[in-house]
Design a binder for this molecule. Structure first.
Ligand code: AFP
Length: 334
């Protein structure tokens, strides 16, 4: 069977469905090419001397891995000259990165987490890259932080790469969710999942159980019921997974259902995950795949950001499961 490549998919979406403009198509292809380079660097591991700490901290005050810095630079260099972007923002940079004056500017803003799950990189567990595309507000020629503070519902595209046993790219341009696998022989992203849909129900949850003592009541109630299994209120046994790389947990949920939870709690009062380049792109993808994404109190993509690196509680995955958890939050407020 002739495989469809990412380029062919995007050209078809542009030509026959008008879902994507030429500029947005070309921007996505640049980001996808950067993910290929990151995948190549990661696959060398210790052989390339690129594991371990970089000896620097990022804006979150977290120690950077060498690959955090490398992945960030790959995305910066790939995107600054293309002419599709007005500015970029990254988990690894304090402020938005302007496009150098020697290059043309475009109409889009790109936010990204260049290496999600980087605490896993030194122990050879899957990591990834997450990205989100917004339109630059009309008339803004030098976008500052304010230009990026748009709710997730304004995203025009979102995607993530998982650097695992195979390297996979998951993408939405608002017309469903598609999966591509990197064919290293051809150097192409080849479509392997033409229409990803999350099952509405599940028997699998993903949460870091070591935070249990800090959880809010609705989360404790939900997990206790899952743990009670067949003889409990859910009437079925549940399994648990926690990779501690959001890209890996979300890709599993897209593939077979499940619910991913990193709620705000007594220790993570604002949440742990970042809104603009983790929670929003993953929420866009999950909703486009028929799932749901809330912070407990509201839909994540309705949240109006106030800071570039703000954190956000995240509960996303199988629609029926997320809605049940949302009901527990609502009942807890009464
Ligand atoms: P790192 O990029 O610092 O490894 O964090 C990964 C992450 O942002 C997300 O990918 C995981 O789901 C979550 O944090 C894991 O958090 P815990 O380490 O607290 O389980």
């Amino acid at each position: 069977m002739r495989r469809v490549t990412l380029t062919q998919y995007l050209v078809e979406q542009q030509r026959t469905k008008g879902v994507v403009s030429a500029e947005l198509r070309l921007l996505i292809e640049v980001v996808a090419r950067a993910c290929k380079s990151i995948s190549h660097a990661i696959s060398k591991g210790a052989l390339a001397g690129i594991l371990g700490g970089a000896g620097t901290d990022n804006v979150q005050g977290e120690a950077q891995k060498k690959l955090d810095v490398i992945a960030n630079e790959v995305l910066l260099e790939a995107n600054e000259w293309g002419g599709y972007l007005a500015a970029m923002a990254s988990e690894e940079m304090d402020d938005p990165q302007q496009i150098p004056n020697r290059f043309p500017k475009g109409e889009f803003l790109l936010t990204y987490d260049p290496l999600d799950g980087s605490s896993n990189i030194d122990v050879n567990v899957s990591v990834g890259t997450i990205f989100s595309v917004l339109r630059c507000p009309e008339g803004v020629t030098n976008p500052d932080e304010k230009a990026f503070l748009q709710p997730g519902s304004k995203q025009v595209a979102a995607g993530f790469a998982v650097y695992g046993p195979s390297t996979i790219l998951v993408l939405t341009i608002g017309n469903g969710v598609v999966g591509f696998t990197l064919d290293r022989d051809l150097g192409s992203w080849v479509m392997t999942e033409p229409k990803i849909e999350i099952p509405g129900d599940t028997q699998e949850f993903a949460i870091n159980m070591s935070n249990m003592r800090n959880w809010p009541a609705p989360v404790k109630r939900y997990i206790d019921e899952c743990l009670a299994g067949k003889t409990g209120p859910r009437g079925k046994d549940f399994n648990m997974r926690w990779v501690a790389s959001m890209v890996a947990d979300v890709y599993r949920i897209l593939s077979r259902g499940g619910v991913f939870m990193y709620p705000t709690d007594a220790k993570h009062v604002e949440g742990r995950l970042r809104l603009l380049y983790e929670a929003n792109p993953m929420s866009f993808i999950v909703e486009q795949a028929g799932g749901a994404a809330i912070n407990g109190l509201q839909r994540i993509m309705d949240v109006q950001p106030t800071k570039l690196h703000q954190r956000q509680g995240v509960i996303l995955g199988s629609k029926n499961e997320v809605e049940l958890i949302g009901r527990y939050y609502a009942e807890n407020k009464q």
